[in-house]
Design a protein around this ligand. Structure first.
Ligand SMILES: Nc1ncnc2c1ncn2[C@@H]1O[C@H](COP(=O)(O)OP(=O)(O)O)[C@@H](O)[C@H]1O
Ligand SMILES: [Mg+2]
Length: 247
């Protein structure tokens, strides 16, 4: 088990109306750990991510980030959002702003950095994701893979304690998937704490410390990639793996 927990969910339950979407979720993500979350469509993976940075409320249970309970609202919540970054399937870049301005924006607004400092940090991060030469372009002039790397740079610009990725490569053409996964691999090697919802099993095998398999709003398995892929315990996981590994 993780010795130094950064994200902890205890007995978390969430409903959408009558739909019990997260059921008694217990999950600990240690500092520097990479946890890959997989499971069938509708099993609650996105909702799990959204509850962790409080884009969704929960009905019962506790979520603790770096030793502090999730704030309800207000300043604490804005602070939390800055501490736990999120990267979505859709990149959500501002179309009328340059790549540089997209990465600098929240640094100015949330971190209150001076423009020069923010832009300097943005250029460092664009370099890190391999896009130093694209800073003055607009999102539409970039490929999907490049746009997603900008979105990762933008998330990193908040100096987050952890990053959540919700199917970051699902909207990408196949030839662009690897360039995004490689950036994520590098972040993992650099010690970033990451929760990654993905169907990229190669990434799970090579980068994850643990694989969490969800079905029907529950964590059904929470094991090392090696153990999960070679000997899944539950019928749900066996069935799921037989379907996705065929492709
Ligand atoms: N905003 C919402 N309102 C009502 N139901 C929702 C909402 N978001 C998701 N759901 C439902 O919750 C369940 C889990 O969804 P989701 O977390 O998106 O699953 P996954 O990401 O694993 O595909 C699904 O049945 C979905 O239809
Ligand atoms: Mg989802």
């Amino acid at each position: 088990m993780a010795v130094d927990p950064l994200i902890e969910l205890r007995d978390v339950n969430k409903f959408y109306g009558q739909l019990h979407v997260l059921r008694d979720i217990n999950l600990t993500v240690g500092r520097g750990e990479v946890v890959v979350v997989i499971g069938p469509s509708g099993s609650g993976k996105s909702t799990l991510c959204r509850t962790i940075n409080r884009l969704e409320t929960i009905e019962s249970g506790h979520i603790v980030i770096d030793g502090r309970p999730l704030p309800e609202e207000g300043k604490g919540l804005a602070q939390l959002r800055a501490e736990v970054g999120m990267v979505f399937q859709s990149f959500n870049l501002f179309a009328h702003k340059t790549v540089l301005a997209n990465v600098s924006l929240a640094q100015l607004k949330v971190r209150k950095r001076k423009k020069d400092d923010a832009d300097r940090r943005s250029r460092e991060l664009l370099e890190r994701v391999g896009l130093a030469s694209q800073a003055e372009k607009f999102p539409a002039q970039l490929s999907g893979g490049q746009q997603q790397r900008v979105a990762i740079a933008r998330a990193l610009a908040m100096d987050p304690k952890a990053l959540l990725f919700d199917e970051p490569t699902s909207a990408l053409d196949p030839e662009m998937i690897n360039e995004v996964l490689e950036v994520m691999q590098q972040l993992a090697r650099d010690g970033m704490t990451m929760v990654v919802v993905t169907h990229e099993m190669g990434f799970a095998r090579s980068a994850a410390n643990r694989v969490v398999f969800m079905a029907d709003g529950r964590v059904v398995e929470d094991r090392t990639p090696e153990a999960f892929f070679t000997a899944p315990e539950s019928d749900r996981a066996k069935d799921f793996l037989s379907k996705i590994l065929k492709h």
